[in-house]
Design a protein around this ligand. Sequence first.
Ligand code: PEP
Length: 258
Amino acid sequence: MSARRKLVAGNWKMNGTLAANAELLRAVRAGADTAACDLVICAPFPYLAQTADALLGSTMTWGAQDCSAHAQGAYTGEVSAVMLTDFGCRWVIVGHSERRQYHAESSALVAAKALQVLRAGLTPIVCVGETLAERDARQTLVVVGAQLQAIVDALKEAGQAQWIARVVVAYEPVWAIGTGRTATSAQAQDVHAFIRQLWRGAFAGSADGLRILYGGSVKPGNAAELFAQPDVDGGLIGGASLKADEFLGIAAAAQAVA
Ligand code: PEP
């Protein structure tokens, strides 16, 4: 039993239609049990209003998959964190590996986005994780450490002590995302423990409260073992969040170990 409340967040990525979302949101809402676990849907921008409406009055919350590193202005195509607060957003994923990889997002940019999210009063889910080549080269902790250090440095520079406790970190080994290849629970625990240790070194008082999610091919069948690890506080769920029964199965696994 951990003092940290488990969190299961679905990342729909660039999937969905109005019709498909309506059915998925209805089914997830109907089966959601948030007694011991936060349940979150991160939908594409055009569907956030639909998601907000569908979850209104429920105990589930919702978030975006990205935001701008800027507060406002001449940044065509961008969406600011402040805009998201206008209609009930709670969470924003930043630094997902698909954004680092396909949009060349640096750790400094990811940190700037995280600060925008915090400044707007929202919670950033900051993704970190190594590629297969980096793991094979035994660079996992070096890579994850550097990605996390950028956030730590930005938080220290911002000097807003109250922001630190709001941050959520998601460890997502790139080789496990959408591949069906999950990190073993021991591999996940090793990196999660390292992340907590790094956080303790930087912000001693808030390390025990830091929620660290695991992401990468989490399914109902492997969730319980992953979530039972002492430093795994829930999951960031891609493919399985598009199927209500799978997402609810993963949420049930989080409830069971909470
Ligand atoms: C993700 O997109 O964050 C993710 C973990 O994807 P998947 O669950 O499909 O591996």
